[in-house]
Design a protein around this ligand. Sequence first.
Ligand code: PLP
Length: 444
Amino acid sequence: FKSAGKRFRDFKIITLFFFFLSIRSLNMTVALKLLIYMDYNATTPMEPEVIQIISEALHEAWGNPSSNYITGVTAKAIIHQSRQSVARMVGGKAEDIVFTSGGTEANNLVLHTAVEHFRKSRGAEEHGEGHQNGRAGLPHIITSDVEHDSIRLTAKHLQAAGKADVTCVPVSKVTARVEVEDIVAAVRPNTCLVSVMLANNETGVVMPIPEICQRVKSLNKQHERLRILLHTDAAQALGKVPVDVQELGVDYLTIVGHKFYAPRTGALYVNGPGTTTPLYPMLFGGGQERNFRPGTENTPMIAGLGKAAELVTANLSSYQSHMLIIKAYLEERLQDVFRDKIRFNSHYPGSDVLPNTCNVSILGPALQGWRVLSNCRRLLASVGAACHSASGHRPSHILLSCGVPTEVAANALRLSVGRGTTKEDVDAVVEDLRETVELLEQMN
Ligand SMILES: Cc1ncc(COP(=O)(O)O)c(C=O)c1O
């Protein structure tokens, strides 16, 4: 009888535990529904079709793609199809795609390759295979002062280690773009790489990559000149604006899955890797990715990347026009509510901006971006690049480089909309901001 009582008590405890657990997860679901995500430049959720294909690959294509029996062959076929889809998205050929873990690795691979390219071409000269043109010293890399940390810090590291000289060309304080003439003026005899992002992650400003490539290619035609390699990091542009490697004229282009509703994986486009364009591996191993990036392939994630690329190829214009409409509505509503109390940090004369990116400051002494966001009830956004969120409450160096005054940059909010953002979401976010600003002003 005693043990029956104990069993009943245990049953009650377990029932209560599950009851509280379900209430908690219900609250969580309700809370998540109330929240509005406007940080699509930080990352995007995966599309249902992408999740579906990943799940199928996990079930059916778990074999090692290098194996010759059925599970391996299936996996290899999936990887091949995905390579074609990713290539089609950027206007390249399947053999030009090298899968990587993500954008950081792809960017590192380009800088590493440039240094090796310089070293090898100098070695060839020293062995009498080329012309002597005084190319002693370090390889020289040109980039901009608004690049993602995976370029900026890699370049800085190469410089600190005495492996390269680096010029960070400042963006124009009028257009927030890297100007072509400034890139050309920075070229030296040892310049082996120009790496400029296609669109900035904080301002959304689109850089003049075709013009830069055209000018640098004409320099490359000069007799005895070391070939300057051309790279763009297209992480923020893919899935938002058309991206075509032929039109851009680049040798390398970085592809980052999690910015276009794919999983956390990526690729590097290389125009004829190892033949037309040098590519030197950072890793050595089992020969996968033609030895450019060995390591057993992550088939499910590669499958997801391919599916997300197919969606971009098929639907880009509707994604783009939806985001443009929503962003225009957001800016209009912000203007209506805050009038002369706001400044857009993503509006620059003569510059194109991504269709989804609105960088805005609400002016006032107590309205720093971090303070506003931490008091908002529904809005999920950021003050700048997610990878800088640990840098305290300092204003974004990118906005300062673009000529935004310090006190305005300190109040910046980066609102980036996505494929599914609605006008109702915008109304709710603007109302949330209005209430938050009112509260913070009363508290001040
Ligand atoms: C412009 C840019 N480049 C590169 C990256 C890095 O990509 P990943 O997160 O895949 O390493 C990001 C991601 O935040 C980015 O915004």
